[in-house]
Design a protein around this ligand. Structure first.
Ligand SMILES: [Zn+2]
Length: 439
């Protein structure tokens, strides 16, 4: 596909009158100056590299707009979430994921990391043929988003807690059985959905015994993305310290789980030593500011983590909001509130966090994502720079002024998708049964 772009917004500069040609995998096959009248399949005024959403639980979308009157804290919200998690079947999961992935592409995301732990039937017995995982792959197909499926190991309820209730369907019973299922899923996806990247996740240090973390990682190929929830809640830190004498970061470091292919999710309540450890390991951090605000988690340490050498990315997590601009604005807004300064993360850094570094956290190692460059994959988000929100903005600062309403379309894997069509799909696909809401 050949796309002529009037203003192509890159993190460091803006290029004018550019023609980007992409193949069916979204790999750039030509990038050159485009004068007036150049032959193109699509001509747009303003475009930027599309965003990557590094942390999603698709089914949490079903709680949007239904929990705000209940009060309480993260743990109370989690009880409500478990009500939904306990009832969804593959059809319900496919419907919810189709709705939320379509909304993501309409908002300018071209890739999502789905942190997936709803593996088995509610009583813990397996579905045949990876039914839940393939439901997610089918949803991604329908919405046209790149999916990195982060298949999650979840074996216990806490440092001294057994699995209970809805958690039973999260567990494979043992690390051996998780590894077995992971490799079988890898084979199944290669056969049926070769576009899906299979990654892995440790749910958290709560969900795998401390002495088993190293073994959990060792049973996976070395090049797959590895994600883990980290220190979202102070209670996790307290329980981890009491059980092991280490912070969750210290425990993961001891297990050899922290390196450049690792993405830690949240990293909200981390110590100075943790920050130094995460930076030295060159991990990516998936900050999820809309969710962290919604659940009252706390303010993350974006500036310190950036300064230490970690790569910042953003995720929509519980999908209470699907808006990459909002996540990035909140990231910088939180840093301003914490530091009493402006421009803690520059617009260029925000673009990088939302695009190149986000895609990097979802791609296998050795498949670097770049701003449009020959031979590298790149998707585009097409922006309306003349809306009430964006008119007058320096294109480089659109990341701080635009919203999903300003996303006209997205080019993913060399295919254009209009946001208006995707928004219709997001509404049509949404499951409307009470069962889907855990009733
Ligand atoms: Zn999460």
């Amino acid at each position: 596909m050949r796309v002529a772009v009037g203003s192509l917004v890159l993190s460091e500069d803006v290029r004018h009158d550019v023609l980007v040609e992409m193949d069916d995998a979204g790999v750039v096959t030509a990038i050159e100056a485009a004068g007036a009248g150049v032959a193109a399949d699509l001509a747009v005024d303003v475009a930027a590299p599309a965003f990557a959403n590094t942390h999603s639980h698709a089914f949490h979308r079903l709680l949007r707009g239904r929990t705000n009157g209940a009060g309480g804290d993260f743990w109370r919200w989690r009880d409500v979430m478990y009500g939904v998690a306990g009832t969804l079947d593959p059809d319900g999961l496919r419907a919810a994921a189709t709705a939320v992935y379509a909304e993501m592409v309409a908002a300018g995301y071209s890739a999502v990391g789905e942190f997936h732990y709803l593996h088995h039937r509610p009583d813990g017995t397996p579905y045949p043929d990876h039914a839940m995982e393939l439901a997610l792959a089918e949803a991604a197909d329908a919405a046209g988003i790149r999916l990195t499926l982060l298949d999650t190991v979840y074996l216990r309820g806490g440092f001294d807690a057994e699995l209970e209730g809805a958690q039973r369907r999260f567990s494979d019973g043992s690390l051996e059985r998780w590894h077995e299922r992971w490799h079988a899923l890898d084979d199944a996806l290669r056969a049926s959905h070769p576009d899906v990247t299979l990654g892995a996740a440790l749910h958290s240090v709560r969900a795998v015994a401390p002495d088993h973390l190293a073994y959990a990682v060792a049973g996976l190929p070395h090049d797959v993305p590895l994600h883990v929830h980290l220190s979202e809640q102070t209670r996790e830190n307290q329980d981890c310290l009491a059980a092991t004498g280490l912070t969750p970061t210290g425990l993961l470091d001891r297990a050899g789980a922290l390196d450049a292919r690792t993405t830690v999710v949240h990293a909200t309540h981390v110590t100075d030593v943790d920050v130094a450890t995460l930076g030295a390991a060159r991990v990516s951090v998936s900050m999820c500011p809309s969710t962290e605000a919604d659940l009252g988690d706390g303010l993350g340490r974006a500036e310190a983590l950036r300064d230490a050498g970690a790569r910042l990315t953003v995720g929509s997590d519980q999908n209470v909001v699907i808006d990459p601009f909002d996540e990035l604005r909140r990231l910088e807004g939180g840093a301003r509130l914490a530091s009493h300064r402006r421009g803690v993360l520059s617009p260029a850094e925000l673009w990088r966090a939302g695009t190149v570094d986000g895609h990097g956290a979802l791609a296998p190692r050795g498949a670097p994502w770049q701003e449009p460059r020959l031979g590298h994959p790149c998707d585009l988000v097409i922006l309306d720079a003349r809306s009430p929100r964006t008119v007058g903005s320096d294109p480089r600062e659109l990341v701080l002024t635009a919203s999903p309403a300003d996303v006209l379309g997205t080019v993913v894997r060399g295919r254009h998708r209009a946001s208006s069509t995707l928004r219709d799909l997001a509404v049509a696909a949404y499951p409307r049964t009470e069962r889907a809401h855990g009733r």
